[in-house]
Design a protein around this ligand. Structure first.
Ligand SMILES: NC(=O)c1ccc[n+]([C@@H]2O[C@H](COP(=O)([O-])OP(=O)(O)OC[C@H]3O[C@@H](n4cnc5c(N)ncnc54)[C@H](O)[C@@H]3O)[C@@H](O)[C@H]2O)c1
Length: 358
């Protein structure tokens, strides 16, 4: 992990509320922003607290103080005294969204608007929203950019599109809103996800020495290292408002668009005892290649650093260090849908994903 050795003294430090600090990106983001001198407070309902993949006392300065709260219940009081909010806390992928579309709209669309309204009412000046390249869905052109029409295919992606549209109307001189459409993330986090493509395939390569794709792996996916996402969020927080207010930025690097089978082959070049096989063409029609020229040229300070191969090498080092087992890879909390299904089946969460007993 490449934490900066010194604090960046160029920018003012801020008091920032990060939602989703108990999740995959949030845990790394809180540490990343703290290492630049910002004061971080978390807000998270804690769906995935059951497991921590690794402990890293060097890489993680300290866990932020976290308000354990469902975002559907926030009030402006929760946002008093913060300069900025980074909003990550949502149901975070397509399978979760399809599992319960009504609750997805309640949390990801309505809940996010509630967060933004409460933050604005409390005088927060900047709102950074974690959107997703999945809004492009089935791309109709060779490569899409921020000006291309969106084409969301799932409840998850539809919510991202609706939030962008609704939040844009809230942006003004006293409330800057910026939309970061992240590519699919990869890389280590204590609150690991093995339901995202590069992390999943690396774990398969490590535990089974075989990546047997059920499809031909032809769809295109842009991928981005978790640290590049954290850096984009830092830059969006620290940029002059005129550079970011109301703007959408795809987060990633244009050279990091891959077919899924290419990702598998890169991984096999790192995990050298791993065999890759492909299957027939699949019904999954989500495929998009994305341009990241805007963020490279217009978000002050941002430079993406990681490649898929470096990411695979980093995960291999991590799996060696923690001697990752098959059981760990398959543990429910590292696959978001498995964990929520388990919490509902055991009646810890109700139908609407509220905790039933605490
Ligand atoms: N990881 C990716 O590849 C990726 C790519 C594009 C966009 N994003 C977006 O980035 C954000 C963070 O993604 P992640 O991978 O860290 O997801 P994650 O699932 O690991 O973390 C989400 C966190 O939000 C919390 N949360 C969910 N519903 C909540 C609620 N109702 N109230 C309070 N907290 C709640 C969960 O407990 C969890 O800790 C999400 O909005 C996701 O859509 C992620």
């Amino acid at each position: 992990m490449r934490f900066p050795l010194t604090l960046d003294r160029k920018s003012e430090t801020m008091n920032i509320l990060v939602t989703g600090t108990d999740g995959y990106i949030g845990m790394r983001l809180a540490a990343w922003l703290s290492s630049f001198g910002h004061q971080i407070t978390g807000l998270d309902v804690g769906y995935y607290r059951d497991a921590t993949l690794y402990l890293d006392p060097v890489g993680l300065p300290k866990l932020p103080q976290t308000l354990c709260k469902d975002l559907r219940t926030v009030t402006p009081d929760d946002f008093e005294g913060f300069d900025a909010v980074v909003h990550l806390a949502e149901l975070s992928n397509d399978p979760l969204g399809e599992h319960n579309p009504d609750v997805t709209f309640e949390i990801n669309h309505q809940g996010t608007l509630k967060i933004a309204q409460a933050a604005r009412a409390a005088g927060v000046k900047r709102f950074v929203y974690a959107s997703s390249c999945s809004v492009y869905g089935v791309a109709v052109t060779d490569i899409v950019d921020e000006e291309s029409p969106v084409n969301p295919q799932t409840a998850y992606a539809q919510c991202k599109t609706l939030v962008e549209k609704d939040l844009k109307t809230m942006a003004d001189d006293s409330f800057s809103v910026v939309f970061l459409r992240n590519a699919t993330a990869y890389g280590p986090s204590p609150r690991m996800r093995f339901d995202i493509v590069l992390n999943d395939l690396c774990a398969l390569a490590w535990t089974q020495k075989k990546i047997a794709m059920i499809s031909d792996g032809s769809p295109w996916r842009p991928i981005v290292h978790i640290e590049d996402i954290c850096e984009a969020m830092r830059c969006a927080l620290e940029a002059p408002s005129s550079a970011i207010n109301g703007e959408v930025f795809n987060v990633g690097s244009t050279s990091e668009n891959y077919r899924v089978r290419d990702i598998a082959n890169i991984i096999a070049s790192v995990f050298t005892d791993c065999e890759v096989t492909t299957g027939p063409a699949s019904g999954d029609n989500r495929s998009y290649r994305v341009s990241f020229e805007k963020i490279a040229t217009q978000l002050p300070g941002f430079k993406s650093k990681w490649t898929a191969k470096e990411g695979a090498m980093e995960l291999k080092r991590l799996f060696e260090r923690i001697q990752m087992s098959q059981g760990t890879y398959e543990f429910r909390a590292f696959t978001r849908l498995k964990q929520l299904t388990y919490l509902q089946q055991t009646k810890q969460l109700d139908d609407k994903l509220y905790w039933s007993a605490r």
